[in-house]
Design a protein around this ligand. Structure first.
Ligand SMILES: Nc1nc2c(ncn2[C@@H]2O[C@H](COP(=O)(O)OP(=O)(O)OP(=O)(O)O)[C@@H](O)[C@H]2O)c(=O)[nH]1
Ligand SMILES: [Mg+2]
Length: 619
């Protein structure tokens, strides 16, 4: 590893999509962290390295990397440890998990969108940790950019959130992260030919963010903030070294505030550069390092000198607000498509997830072989389920439900502040949808760029499913985001918003002849030829009540030529729902069957008789 004169630890924080990971690309490229012939050099959002991150175009896990920056002014080489964080509210636990490693934060704000709910969530956290903040007004190249207005809005946010006068003392950099350029003064008319690079931002970092305290004489101490896995070495514990020095072969103890867990010998040590891990001999206070040597390692444990066993305080993570149950698949197709299907296998996988995904809670359901999994939001839970199905798990999942709390003898539920920004032609759609969902309007602001921003307070329960409806209704133009504000007394519930399901009555292969009826009565979910079972949901009824139909029957009279005549029928193309849409869709008496190959919506009770019985029992 390259030699360096000093260290800076900096987190990149923002609302979702404001350009954090792209800005890190620019920092990696300008410091020649990759050779020009390396694949990563030509990529974008280089740190978004796992499959789901690439597919969804968002960061899910916070990640560490580092660059070596040689300052033209001080001539020093500075190792800058960069912590990229996700901006989606559902992954807020990731931001909470890693901020303790930084002394400074780059708060990125989109020059068109301005500060949004997650901007205030992450800024609040950064100020709580007393991080030195650099404000980057990013994407000033956008047609709808309104940097001056956005700066003013962000200053107001700082005023609202600051605890000390020093919190208001932050410097401002304007940037086009995608072009790898930053400016101390707002360029008059930016175009991509403008000369520049990220030097102004790097200089701000080394000038304003304090170097970490380097108390190398004290005994070694490090809080584990991240766990990683290596095929040969097993678990790697990653964190910022609080004090002292660590080197290969050293003995360390694993402690928590309650007890000493174990001790072990450091087998290997790593620093991370770009996407790679580089072996190092030793690392010292202030730096971020990965330590290998033991399988019992877990986040929130302290690694320390065996002679000075003092645990560092654990990271505080906000509690989840949404829960689902996950259990083994009980449909007639159970075991056909998955590699891991038993309750035990699902439980083990969930426990493994919990090791790194701190925002999750896992509990065994007392009355069944299922598990209650609680998370920050629908996407947080959907990402876990999607990862599991890709690994070969088969399971069934219930409708997401908000987690209620009893406070002073009164039932409370989570409330959100939701921001929705739209072009003026869709204002009516926003007010109608939020009105229907019993939301309270807090503010409505029209911006210079023609967009209108609505801010509502709404219970999380009433907001479930609204996002995809709004996106469809505004032809994808709405920008919706939410922020958990507090638990408040349970509010007015919604009337049922969804119509009834169209349920299969027979089992076998669905034929176009039968599915025609589904198209006539509502919206079809499956193509002809799909294997179905009794109790499976294959469509949405246009009416409020559920409806059962036979879909496997061919036309009677031409029995001999059923297959051929069936092919001649042209059906309306089915609506194929994604995992998140399916979770939004299902009702209390339905389940989502998830396998590596298929998503099937089904009734909890598959047979007609059982459903009637369940209905009667409810009354
Ligand atoms: N016009 C413009 N677009 C940009 C700029 N920087 C990034 N983008 C685009 O903005 C989108 C989001 O960029 P990301 O870097 O993934 O944003 P992020 O903040 O890391 O997003 P999350 O990690 O999911 O919160 C991508 O489509 C980028 O190409 C910029 O300077 N100008
Ligand atoms: Mg990102």
């Amino acid at each position: 590893m390259q030699k360096f004169d000093s260290i800076r630890n900096i987190a990149i924080i923002a609302h979702v999509d404001h350009g954090k990971t792209t800005l890190v690309d620019g920092m990696l490229k300008q410091t020649h962290t990759f050779r020009e012939n390396e694949e990563a050099f030509s990529q974008t959002a280089i740190l978004d390295s796992n499959d789901l991150e690439r597919e969804k175009g968002i960061t899910i896990l916070a990640k560490n990397t580092s660059v070596f920056y040689k300052s033209p002014t001080t001539k020093e080489t500075v190792k800058i440890n960069i912590i990229d964080t996700p901006g989606h509210a559902d992954f807020g636990g990731e931001v909470e998990r890693v901020l303790n490693m930084a002394e400074g934060a780059i708060l990125v704000v989109d020059a068109a969108e301005g500060p949004l709910p997650q901007t205030s969530f992450v800024l609040k956290l950064a100020l709580l940790y007393n991080l030195k903040i650099i404000l980057v007004i990013n994407k000033i190249d956008k047609k709808l950019a309104r940097p001056k207005e956005v700066l003013q809005e962000t200053e107001e946010l700082f005023l609202r959130l600051a605890h000390y006068p020093e919190h208001l003392d932050f410097n401002i950099v304007y940037a086009v992260g995608r072009d790898g350029k930053a400016f101390l003064e707002l360029p008059k008319n930016y175009d991509s030919q403008n000369k520049g690079d990220l030097t102004p931002l790097f200089e701000e970092i080394i000038k304003t963010v304090p170097a970490p305290k380097q108390d190398t004489n004290k005994p070694f101490q490090m809080l584990i903030s991240t766990l990683d896995y290596d095929t040969y070495l097993g678990k790697l514990a990653i964190g910022k070294i609080q004090s002292g020095i660590v080197h290969i072969g050293q003995n360390l103890s694993i402690v928590t505030p309650e007890k000493t867990i174990d001790s072990f010998k450091v087998e290997k040590l790593f620093g991370s550069v770009g996407l790679k891990r580089e072996e190092i001999e030793s690392a010292q206070a202030g730096d971020i390092a990965a330590i290998a040597g033991k399988t019992k390692l877990a986040i929130n444990q302290t690694l320390c000198d065996p002679q000075h066993q003092i645990a560092l305080p654990a990271i505080a993570i906000s509690p989840p607000t949404l829960k689902i149950t996950i259990g083994p698949n009980t449909s007639p197709f159970s075991g056909r498509e998955g590699k891991y299907v038993t309750s035990r296998q699902i439980y083990d996988r969930l426990l493994k997830e919990k090791e790194t995904n701190l925002g999750l809670l896992i509990a065994q359901d007392e009355n069944s072989s299922k598990f209650v999994v609680s998370g920050r939001g629908e996407l947080h839970l959907a990402v876990l389920i999607e990862n599991m199905r890709r690994e070969g798990y088969e399971m069934e999942v219930s409708k997401p439900q908000v987690i209620e709390k009893n406070i002073d003898g009164k039932l409370h539920e989570p409330f959100l502040e939701v921001t929705a920004e739209v072009p003026s032609e869709f204002i009516g759609i926003i007010t109608e949808e939020f009105g229907k969902r019993k939301a309270a309007l807090i503010d409505m602001i029209s911006h210079q760029n023609g967009l209108t921003k609505f801010i509502y307070r709404i219970s999380e329960r009433n907001f479930l499913g609204a996002r995809s409806i709004l996106l469809t209704a505004t032809r994808g133009t709405v920008n919706v985001s939410s922020l958990f504000i507090d638990y408040l007394p349970v509010g007015e519930a919604l009337p049922k918003l969804r119509n009834g399901a169209i349920i299969v009555y027979d089992s076998g292969k669905a034929l176009a002849y039968g599915l025609q009826t589904v198209c006539e009565r509502g919206i079809l979910f499956i193509p002809a030829g799909t294997e179905v079972y009794e109790g499976m949901v294959v469509g949405l009824n246009a009416k409020e009540e559920d409806m059962e139909i036979n879909v496997c029957k061919g036309k009677k009279l031409t029995n001999m030529h059923t297959e051929n005549s069936d092919e001649a029928i042209v059906l309306t193309p089915p609506l194929i729902m994604s995992l998140e849409q399916s979770l939004d869709f299902i009702a209390d008496d339905e389940l989502l069957e998830v396998t590596p190959k298929n998503l099937r919506i089904r009734k909890k009770f598959l047979s007609h008789v059982d459903r009637v019985r369940a209905q009667r029992a409810k009354k």
